[in-house]
Design a protein around this ligand. Structure first.
Ligand code: NAP
Length: 295
């Protein structure tokens, strides 16, 4: 069996993503000899114990990171600064500090300056998730065949970057390195904007009055149903993503609004060619995703 990469892995936050990592460690091995789980509430840690997915649970994050050679921030990105502030003095020399946050410039801004000398900070983002949250929602195959993007700041120890890359490969992911601002722009269009649209369209439907609103729910066709799946995502996690990728999200939203206006114009003036062309582009993108096995 493969030698584990780390002796003690501390997960600060153990919801969908953290508990999926814990399950990989338990079910496949090769990640760590010991997994320590931390959450904000005792209720979540009680669930983690009942599920048997961690070796130890600690409500105090400073105790959770003690003696760990790898610490992964797995809480909503808005909580990172406080978690890093509290735990930084307790990180062991040589420890790797990494994360799974959906935004990367904000993580480098909030956590970077707090990282003690001798600790290696390697920001990461597994592009894998579902609309469910909490430790019951995780599963060990979540990362299989999915990308994990690393955004190490300049000067990061290459060995630490390679260990984090290997960690994600052992979780089943393909790994790539990217500049943090590029990451945030790409994610704004492929993930953050679609969520914004889904939350908005559900809000619009909910605002409809009386009968129409009832009918939306009763006859929800696949288009609307697909949006409701995305819109069921965790409000705190997504609030934090929007607030921490503000610039890129607003830019993509502005572009989208222009394109939506162009489509509206085509509908108003009966420009069938334009409408058909746009729909065709959508089909082509879907086809490409299927070919890349990312559908
Ligand atoms: P989740 O299921 O909602 O779990 C969040 C965890 O963080 C819980 O254990 C929670 O503890 C803890 N937590 C919440 N607020 C905290 C705070 N202020 N201080 C300390 N701990 C806190 O979230 P998730 O979906 O796993 O997301 C975790 C991270 O992964 C986020 O940064 C997100 O951007 C990123 N991510 C998510 C997805 C996705 O699709 N969900 C995909 C890729 C990356 P309690 O349960 O005790 O409150």
């Amino acid at each position: 069996m493969t030698e584990p990469l780390f002796r003690r892995l501390a997960l600060l936050g153990i919801g969908l993503v953290g508990s999926s990592i814990a399950r990989v460690a338990r079910e496949r091995g090769g990640l760590a000899d010991e997994v320590v789980a931390n959450a904000r509430t005792e209720a979540t840690l009680a669930r983690v114990r009942a599920l048997g997915i961690a070796d130890r649970t600690e409500l105090d994050p400073t105790r959770a990171v003690e003696g760990a050679d790898c610490v992964i921030l797995c809480a909503p990105v808005g909580a990172y600064a406080a978690l890093a502030q509290a735990t930084a003095p307790h990180l062991a020399p040589g420890c790797i500090l990494t994360d799974v946050g959906s935004t990367k410039q904000s993580v480098i801004r909030d956590v970077g300056p707090l990282v003690p000398e001798g600790v290696h900070f390697v920001p990461a983002h597994p592009l894998a998730g579902t609309e469910y949250s909490g430790p019951d929602a995780g599963f060990s195959t979540l990362f299989d065949g999915r990308w994990c993007l690393l955004t190490p700041p300049p000067g990061t120890d290459p060995d630490a970057v390679e260990r984090v890359a290997e960690f994600w490969r052992r979780c089943g992911s393909m790994v790539s390195t990217m500049e943090p601002d590029h990451h945030d722009r790409v994610l704004a269009i492929v993930s953050h904007l679609p969520h914004l649209i889904a939350f908005t369209i559900c809000g619009t439907a909910d605002d409809l009055e009386g009968e129409s609103r009832q009918e939306v729910l009763q006859f929800a066709a696949s288009g609307f149903r697909d949006f409701t799946r995305i819109a069921a995502s965790d409000p705190v996690m997504w609030r934090d993503v929007f607030l921490n990728n503000r610039e890129a999200l607003l830019e993509m939203l502005a572009r989208f609004t222009e394109d939506a206006q162009a489509m509206a114009r085509a509908v108003r003036w009966g420009d069938a060619t334009y409408i058909e062309d746009r729909i065709l582009r959508g089909r082509k993108i879907r086809q490409s995703l299927i070919e890349l096995k990312q559908a």
